[in-house]
Every structure is written in structure tokens, then in C-alpha cells.
Ligand binder design. Structure first.
Ligand code: SF4
Length: 305
């Protein structure tokens, strides 16, 4: 575990109170109306949910409204039973069905090829959930892994390497493809793969799905710009970029609040970021109404001055 910031630095008790209050108040229905996971919850069958969770996390890049628009098109293309659809379709059919879809730098063909990889994984392991569980069983045993920011979480590192490799199996070695499923070996934050793992592995709580078993204490927060800005304001990381090192640092700090399930606070931070992004500098608005302000080093410094 990387050394967390000391509790005195980020006012641990104030932060605990703020985050727990936010978690209690968080309305899963409000999250689902805005967040990509809302589309996943339209499906009842766990097989459909895991396929939709993979594609929804993969396109969780850019403005949330644009992500939801793209997801509606993807859901239309896959029909009411996405798992069955990818199982029954051949490559040509999937590529044709996805041809009109574009999400930022990703073309429909990239998304179709990701789904072909998901189909292969489901054929080999029975489900994506079982693939996750198997990929995490054995640490890598490769020298580079010992100095990786995730070295303290060897099962998660092995899982990200194996899952990433498997999901890239049908993708060409082009820039958009490598962006769609980045490599943890090369230092990517793997925000969207970590988001997929959060959804899949955290218990079903109206937002996350509880489909795969993985030690929750070892999960790392999916670090996006919003979460990174809050984490900096709260003193959870000094890293200036939303790197994997920052994600581990923040997750280790959140373990001081919930040792068993630190990543459960991701939903509250993400939702706050969607509705009220952090300016990372004291401003009357939105800081005045920010539910984190009593634990925020930036705001408290401003109050004192
Ligand atoms: S009080 Fe302001 S600076 Fe602090 S976390 Fe909230 S929005 Fe960010």
C-alpha cells in the first residue's frame, strides 16, 4: 500500500462525515438518470448487464450527455438481449450494425470489435464475471510489475493486464483502439476498466451490479478529472495529474475511512462532479454549497484568510 496522506493533512474525521452523509443522501435513481450505468440497469439478465456494462464503461469518455446519447444508439443496435445478440452474430453482422455509430474518436468498428472480444471471453470463461475472477487468481510474476504503482495490489494488476490484453484481441493496433482499451503496462490510469470493475465487483446497491467476486479493499478508484480535482482539494493526493499513482494514493486514503470498501465513495464523487464540478480554487459558488467544503483544504484556507 502506498503511504496515504496523514489524517491530519486532510481532516480525516471531517471527510468521513462529509462522505458518509453524501453516501446516505445519494439517490440511485438520480445517478441512473445521468450516469452511463443507468442504461445497464434497463436489463434484468446478468449476462446482458455485464455486456452492457463493458460497452458503457468503454464509452464513458467525454461529456456525460454525449456518452448517454451514444449509449442509446449502442443499445438500439444490440436489441433487447445484448448477450444473445453478440453470441449469435458473426463479425460481418456486428460490424455492419455498428457502422453508423461514432463516439468521439471511436468508430462503430472499434466498438463492434470490443464486443467480439467480450463474446470470446464469455465463450471461454462462461461470463465476463468469471473471466474477471480467473484473471485475478494468479499474480503476474513479471519484473516490471514490482515497480508498478499497482505493485501493492498484485491481483488487480494481473486482472487489468489480462483483461486488457483479452479485450484488445480483435482491435487493430491503432490509436483509437489503444485509447479504447489502454494498457496498464504502459502507465495508463485505466479509468474505464476500473469503472467496469467497480460496477461488476461492488455489491448490488442500486448503482453497482455485484456480478463478480474480487476483494473490494483492493479495488482502485477510477480516476477522472472530476474525481482528481476533488481529491486534490481534499488533500488526498498531491499529484497534479489524474495518474494511476494518484488513483492508488486516493484509494489508500479512502481505506482510512472504509478499509473494506474504499471505492464505494466513487459514486458520490462522480455524481457531484457531474452536477457541480470542483473549481479547485475557493469560489463563492459552487464552494458555498459544496457538501465537501468542511473537509476541503482549499475552502478552509480561504475561510481563514
Ligand atoms: S469546497 Fe470548492 S474547492 Fe473544495 S471540494 Fe468543494 S468545490 Fe472543490
Amino acid at each position: 500500500m502506498s503511504r496515504p496522506n496523514s489524517p491530519s493533512e486532510f481532516r480525516l474525521e471531517a471527510l468521513r462525515a462529509c462522505l458518509e452523509a453524501m453516501a446516505r443522501r445519494l439517490d440511485p435513481e438520480a445517478v441512473k438518470r445521468l450516469d452511463p450505468i443507468g442504461v445497464v440497469h434497463r436489463y434484468e439478465d446478468p449476462n446482458d448487464r455485464e455486456v452492457m456494462a463493458l460497452i458503457a464503461s468503454a464509452v464513458a469518455f467525454g461529456r456525460v450527455q454525449s456518452i448517454r446519447r451514444s449509449l442509446e444508439k449502442i443499445a438500439d443496435a444490440l436489441g433487447p438481449w445484448p448477450a444473445q445478440f453478440i453470441e449469435m452474430s458473426d463479425e460481418k453482422e456486428l460490424l455492419e450494425r455498428f457502422h453508423p455509430i461514432v463516439h468521439r474518436i471511436y468508430r462503430g468498428a472499434d466498438l463492434a470489435r470490443l464486443l467480439l472480444a467480450a463474446r470470446d471471453l464469455r465463450r471461454i470463461h462462461g461470463s465476463l464475471a468469471q473471466a474477471i475472477e480467473r484473471f485475478a487468481q494468479t499474480p503476474l510474476g513479471e519484473a516490471w510489475a514490482l515497480s508498478h504503482p499497482l505493485a501493492s495490489r498484485p491481483r488487480l494488476l494481473a486482472l487489468l493486464v489480462r483483461l486488457g490484453d483479452a479485450l484488445r484481441a480483435h482491435l487493430p493496433a491503432s490509436r483509437p483502439s489503444l485509447h479504447l482499451v489502454p494498457s496498464v503496462r504502459h502507465g495508463s490510469t485505466c479509468k474505464r476498466l476500473l469503472l467496469f470493475l467497480r460496477w461488476m465487483c461492488r455489491p448490488a446497491d442500486g448503482i453497482d451490479l455485484g456480478l463478480a467476486r474480487f476483494p473490494l479493499s483492493e479495488l482502485v478508484i477510477p480516476m477522472d478529472t472530476h474525481v482528481h480535482r476533488f481529491a486534490r482539494a481534499l488533500g488526498l493526493t498531491s499529484s497534479k495529474s489524474p495518474s494511476m499513482r494518484a488513483a492508488v494514493e486516493v484509494s489508500d486514503a479512502l481505506r482510512l475511512i472504509d478499509e473494506k470498501d474504499p471505492v464505494r465513495f466513487d459514486a458520490v464523487l462522480c455524481h457531484l462532479g457531474f452536477t457541480q464540478p470542483c473549481p479547485l480554487a475557493p469560489r463563492h459558488d459552487p464552494c458555498q454549497r459544496c457538501p465537501l467544503r468542511r473537509a476541503c483544504a482549499v475552502w478552509m484556507g480561504h475561510e481563514k484568510s
